[in-house]
Design a protein around this ligand. Structure first.
Ligand SMILES: [Zn+2]
Length: 455
């Protein structure tokens, strides 16, 4: 047989634009894109009439809680949920126990991922106060990037400015990204306390405890540091148009900076927090409806590099720690399964984003930034056969109980979505058939940054 898999009659989104074509797959690679391939030449065929054939979505910011917090998610449930959302690669952030700020914990996490994941995954290492030597070892073993925090988080140490500058200078010698959670800790601590002291502890009070200026100042400071040290930096989960403009300014000056945002900052806003309660608590917090629209303008202006879920789940009981005081709720929302369908529905269907821009923001740009490209992030002959088939017309309603994540809550229950993932194919193998996960745990592969050019 010439092909293991043939995807026929789809609208294939290539780097040169969308074309009607058939896609031939052999040994896990895309080997042929042409107008009419004979179905008899393939072991298996998928009819994608009326559907988009896209490079598999890449979610470069997820928390799968494994090891250490597997009461709320693990590598199996988290990657099953991702696959059901069309994601073929996740990049997992280092907020797990033991903290992967050293080679031993990093390798332990890698082995856990290899034994459970159903899609491909790469791992971020953690920066901690004194782990420069360990960072070197993690880079050698294939860490995709590193992560650090400027505000207090229970899962990962925050670094001071001196440590950040020093770490940026170190990483600038390596071709690897440092992703930063940007909020000013002093401002956050002061206003969170002030709100609580005044008895303003409802979910809708929460954003005022972490005001916009705390994010804007931190993004500005980190951009300056990255510019001066030459570090490749990514501004994690940005919520503000003004912060995106700061990033853009530094990019114009030649700084190597990227900026991402998430569906919750593009769809949810502060006025919804009363109804959503503790399940809308995340850091940075939700902003105003006006700010949401401004962030969409940044998407259309090409100033945001990609979309990610920042999937971060807790048990319902853990979230309910904030029922009498929202500041006590653990911060994070779940959306690894709904991230890209929501972005398609709100971006492409509702606001008219082009399918090419959608593809760049859901796959190609992150693949390039984290050095998974050219194997991943594109539909092209020679690229890995990581493919998502999406029907742009099907309307469906998010039902939390049907999500494949371990704990069945999200801030999107009952929301109507136009555009449904019909198949998720990883390395030429169908992982999700539109309803169920159809591969075994442990079939996902650990990814390291690409060193060589594609043949
Ligand atoms: Zn995160």
């Amino acid at each position: 047989m010439k092909y293991d898999l043939l995807i026929k009659h789809g609208r294939v989104v290539t780097e040169k634009g969308a074309v009607h074509a058939d896609l031939g797959v052999k040994n896990g690679k895309i080997v042929s894109i042409c107008s009419a391939i004979d179905g008899k030449q393939a072991k298996k065929m998928i009819d994608a009439t009326g559907q988009y054939v896209l490079p598999g979505f890449i979610d470069p910011h997820v928390h799968l809680n494994d090891p250490g917090m597997t009461n709320s998610e693990d590598f199996y449930t988290g990657t099953c949920a991702a696959a059901a959302g069309g994601v073929t690669t996740v990049l997992e952030h280092p907020l797990t126990f033991p903290l992967p700020d050293n080679l031993k914990a990093f390798n332990n996490k890698k082995e856990i991922g290899e034994s459970k994941a159903v899609i491909h995954f790469g791992l971020f290492g953690a920066c901690s106060a004194e782990n420069e030597k360990e960072m070197e070892k993690m880079i050698e073993t294939g860490a995709i990037a590193f992560k650090t925090f400027l505000t207090y988080s229970p899962e990962i140490p925050m670094l001071n400015d001196g440590q950040i500058v020093d770490r940026m200078a170190f990483l600038s010698k390596h071709d690897i990204v440092l992703a930063i959670h940007c909020e000013n800790n002093d401002i956050v601590e002061f206003y969170s306390k002030k709100m609580q002291d005044a008895g303003h502890v409802q979910p809708e009070d929460y954003p005022q405890g972490r005001p916009e200026i705390s994010e804007l100042e931190a993004v500005s400071r980190m951009c300056l540091f990255a510019h001066k040290t030459g570090c490749k930096m990514n501004v994690a989960h940005c919520t503000l148009e003004e912060a995106v403009q700061v990033v853009h300014h530094y990019k114009q000056l030649g700084a190597d900076i990227s900026v991402e945002t998430c569906p919750h900052y593009l769809i949810l806003h502060q006025d919804m927090m009363k109804e959503l309660g503790v399940f809308s608590i995340c850091n940075p917090p939700l902003r105003t409806e006006e700010e949401v629209e401004k962030l969409w303008n940044c998407i259309f202006d090409g100033k945001i590099d990609w979309i990610c879920s920042d999937h971060a789940t807790y048990t319902v009981e853990e979230k309910m720690a904030g029922k009498d005081n929202a500041f006590k709720a653990p911060a994070g929302v779940t959306s690894v399964e709904t991230c890209f369908p929501l972005f398609f529905s709100e971006g492409v269907v509702k606001r008219g984003l082009s399918i090419e821009d959608f593809t760049a923001l859901s796959s190609t740009n992150a693949a390039k930034r984290y050095r998974l490209y050219p194997h991943k992030g594109r539909i092209a002959e020679g690229a890995d056969a990581d493919v998502t088939i999406l029907d742009p017309k099907i309307q469906w309603v998010i039902d939390d109980q049907k999500l494949k994540q371990m704990i069945k809550w999200s801030p999107y229950n009952g929301r109507k979505v136009t555009g449904k993932v019909m198949k998720t194919i990883v390395g030429g193998v169908e992982v999700y058939d539109g309803e169920n996960i159809v591969t075994a745990r442990g079939t996902g592969r650990y990814l390291t940054p690409v060193e060589e050019e594609i043949k």
